[in-house]
Ligand binder design. Structure first.
Ligand SMILES: C[S@@+](CC[C@H](N)C(=O)[O-])C[C@H]1O[C@@H](n2cnc3c(N)ncnc32)[C@H](O)[C@@H]1O
Length: 318
């Protein structure tokens, strides 16, 4: 019943801490429980109870990453409209909300610093790749030109790392999700989204081989410089293809075959690049039709972009 649901919603926010939590999450995107504890200065059990009530009322969404729980405001439907209406009642110059926001800014600066520290620790790997690789801007330019995104609602970037693809493509779709196994990478990606002011994204910890998405649900998938780390790249392509809607596109960008053994020995690459025919055969086995291939020459590492489209469902004629 609509009336009962409205009463439940109003009850859920009728408490100062819960209203503050809603305002903070509306401004701050995805925040972990420990970040919210730091902003509000209240105990974790207390905040967890409030978060549970807001989530039960549908105003917040919860997801976990390892042992961490993250929250964000409802992204669509009547619940997201309720969040907007409720928050519009708050005065712009409310002192408590302003203090919370300034604590949130401190937390976000800490995220950016953690991201920088992470890069510092991994600097040798990035530098090595940057020296050998094709210019990143050229790859980005080719990817943007190649991937048709008209009317795409849900884009997924698999092995998102620092979220480079998300930054590029999220502004062109309704919603974008980046998944990666590495929690530190995900912290960096979140910091990057905050810095770029991109809010229509979700960053999730997940495995490429078991994507947390329904079959036939996504409009486009990107996979940039990931397959060479995988022991089963073909299975990764098949799993991505499962989640694509018929007619949806998958863009893979990876290294062309090369002989830089050092990348295998010291930088965890399992495969030294891929032939076109190999990637295209994975597409074909997964029900994807190869649409375009672009080669970008580098020295010694060249990059290839492969674009494929999922077959439309053909109705069985009786
Ligand atoms: C070289 S980075 C590329 C990141 C990003 N796509 C880019 O181009 O900047 C490869 C990423 O793949 C992720 N990765 C490797 N194996 C994975 C798996 N099984 N599931 C999810 N992510 C994985 C790594 O954690 C890493 O962030």
């Amino acid at each position: 019943m609509v009336v009962e649901h409205t009463v439940e919603t109003l009850r859920a926010v009728a408490e100062p801490t819960r209203l503050r939590l809603l305002a903070l999450l509306a401004a701050g995107g995805e925040l972990s429980v420990s970040e919210l504890v730091r902003v509000l200065g209240q105990s974790q059990p207390r905040l967890s109870r409030h978060l549970k009530i807001l989530t039960k009322a549908g105003l917040l969404e919860r997801f976990s990453e390892g042992s961490w729980a993250f929250y964000r405001v409802a992204q669509s439907g009547p619940a997201s409209e309720s969040v907007r209406s409720i928050l519009s009642l708050l005065p712009q110059d409310d002192a408590t909300a302003a203090t919370d926001r300034s604590h949130l800014d401190e937390i976000k600066s800490a995220r950016v610093k953690a991201a920088q520290d992470y890069f510092q620790r991994n600097a040798s790997e990035w530098d090595r790749m940057a020296q050998l690789n094709v210019n990143e801007d050229a790859v980005a330019f080719a990817a943007e030109k190649l991937l048709p995104l008209g009317g795409v609602e849900q884009l997924l970037d698999i092995g998102t790392g620092t979220g480079r693809m998300l930054e590029m493509f999220a502004p062109k779709v309704t919603h974008a999700t980046g998944i990666d196994l590495n929690a530190e990478m995900l912290h960096v990606a979140r910091a990057n989204m905050d810095k770029a002011g991109i809010t229509n994204v979700s960053i999730r910890q997940a495995d490429i081989y078991t994507l947390p998405f329904d079959s036939d649900s996504l409009g486009a998938i990107t996979c940039h410089q990931v397959l060479h780390f995988l022991d089963r790249p073909q299975a990764a392509v098949a799993e991505a293809a499962r989640t694509l809607k018929p007619g949806g596109y998958m863009l893979v960008a990876d290294l062309a075959p090369h002989g830089v053994e050092d990348l295998r020995e010291n930088h965890a690459h399992l495969r030294l690049g891929f032939e076109d025919k190999e990637v295209k055969s994975w597409f074909a086995s997964a029900g994807l039709r190869s649409q375009a291939t672009v080669h970008l020459k580098g020295n010694p590492l060249s990059v290839t972009l492969w674009l494929a489209q999922k077959d439309q469902i053909t109705k069985q004629m009786k």
